[in-house]
Ligand binder design. Structure first.
Ligand code: S3P
Length: 433
């Protein structure tokens, strides 16, 4: 077992950065693989999820390698140039990797089988295959619509207009990628705005894309321009450090070069509403994305009702918000977040179980949870169900717990935040095997 435990700790102090943004890293590799010429990517997240996408793109024909200065070089095949892989593509734990690549190959005349680990193999894929079928792609797999799935790409794809039935940037992006090798104009109608990294990176690589109100129109068969990119640090990874500093007395941290895409910063807005001392410094723009340094200090927090409409902009951050909420005066009410039930784990059920076992007062709702200020007792071993964000959230909760909090498997953290334990410990945390 690869157990990790965290214990009550002194102040967290320092100025650091966190690994590159996972969402942008997947997309940078994919766009580089479609552009003719060489794209150089700095700051790429070298977590297992993104490395899995790089391997899959190699199997589809792109040439991708890292040089001695940790810059990634991607030689693309041009839109329409993907080749049929000789092997099935194992996407490990990565929902973003598999869903974006299913979209990409669905409009190429090739057949590709996708597999994944037990967590990914239990996640819903019909949300992806339904719209891709309208382009003309076919899918073979089990009746539940879960992996493994073979994609039989459309030979003559037809453009679609698709109204999103749920708030999902992965589904939106899969459709946009399918639209790239489809003649004419593909339109996604998005009532609830989700992260717009695909829209931004499409523009950056020269795809004709028009956004009018809720409609995103992508013109197919454009020629992509190879571009160099610097990936900002991941705000979702920074969130663990921000919450850690807010709940650990005397802490004062700066996290540099963090992506500040407005559709990703809902947790920071929520923590500010809760009374967190968080300051955004040195605001700037790079490669089509907003960036800033985050300065955060220990704070006395108060519970709030998190606005429903904020959910898409902090969808990955509810688990770590629970750690802040357990240390915040009163109740923190999180509703309208059913999508958490189909993430790497059922994040509502798994958080509620682990919080209760750690002595935190929590109520489970169909569509969320309410967490109240508690004396966190700990002394627990939490099951993480192959979910990196559950693993890190409980390690953060353990920093201000009477007895230590352990998680059953720390390896899964490698999917999004390689070096998490060492980075935390370099700031003064006590996380050990
Ligand atoms: C992501 C979109 C979100 C998020 C995931 C990354 C992306 O998933 O939870 O971690 O990069 O597009 P959904 O699209 O399922 O909301």
């Amino acid at each position: 077992m690869h157990k990790l435990s965290s214990s009550k700790t002194g102040p967290l102090l320092g100025s650091i950065t966190v690994p590159g943004d996972k969402s942008i890293s997947h997309r940078a590799l994919i766009m580089g693989a479609l552009a003719v010429g060489e794209s150089k990517i700095s700051g790429l997240l070298e977590g297992e999820d993104v490395l899995g996408t790089a391997s899959a793109l190699r199997a589809l024909g792109a040439d991708i390698y890292k040089d001695d200065n940790t810059v990634w070089h991607v030689h693309g095949v041009g839109i329409g140039g993907l080749r049929e892989p000789e092997i099935s593509l194992n996407m490990g734990n990565s929902g973003t990797g598999v869903r974006l690549l299913m979209g990409l190959v669905a409009t190429h005349p090739i057949q590709v089988t996708f597999t994944g680990d037990s967590s990914l193999s239990s996640r819903p894929m019909k949300r992806i295959t339904n719209p891709l079928e309208i382009f003309g792609a076919k899918f073979s797999g089990n009746s539940e619509g879960t992996l493994p799935i073979k994609v039989i790409g459309a030979k003559s794809p037809i453009p679609i207009l698709y109204e999103m039935p749920m708030a999902s940037a992965q589904v939106k992006s899969a459709i946009m990628l399918a639209g790239l090798n489809t003649p004419g104009r593909t339109t996604v109608v998005e009532k609830f705005a989700t992260r717009d990294h695909s829209e931004r990176i499409f523009k950056y690589f020269g795809v004709p894309i028009v956004i009018d109100e809720d409609n995103i129109h992508v013109s197919g068969h454009a020629e992509l321009t190879a571009r160099d990119m610097t990936v900002p640090a991941d705000p979702s990874s920074a969130s663990f450090l921000v919450v850690a500093a807010l709940i650990t007395e005397g802490s004062d941290l700066t996290i540099k070069n963090v992506g500040m895409n407005p559709a990703r910063i809902g947790l920071f807005e929520t923590l500010l509403d809760m009374g967190g001392q968080i300051y955004f410094e040195n605001k700037r723009q790079s490669c089509g994305e907003d960036i800033s340094d985050i300065h955060v200090k220990y704070s006395k927090l108060k519970g709030i009702k998190v606005p429903h409409e904020r959910a898409p902009s902090m969808i990955d951050e509810y688990p770590v918000l629970c750690a802040a909420a357990a240390n915040a005066e009163g109740n923190t009410i999180m509703r309208g977040i059913n999508e958490l039930r189909v993430k790497e784990s059922d994040r509502i059920a798994v958080m509620v179980k682990g919080l209760k076992a750690s002595g935190v007062n929590v109520i489970e709702h169909d569509d969320g949870m309410t967490v109240s200020k508690s004396e966190v007792i700990g002394g627990t071993l939490v099951e993480t169900h192959l979910d990196h964000r559950i693993a890190m959230s409980f390690l953060i909760l353990g920093l201000n717990s009477k007895e230590s909090i352990s998680i059953d498997d720390g390896r899964v953290i490698e999917t999004s935040f390689p070096g998490f334990k060492d980075l935390m410990n370099s700031l003064g945390a006590q996380i050990c095997s």
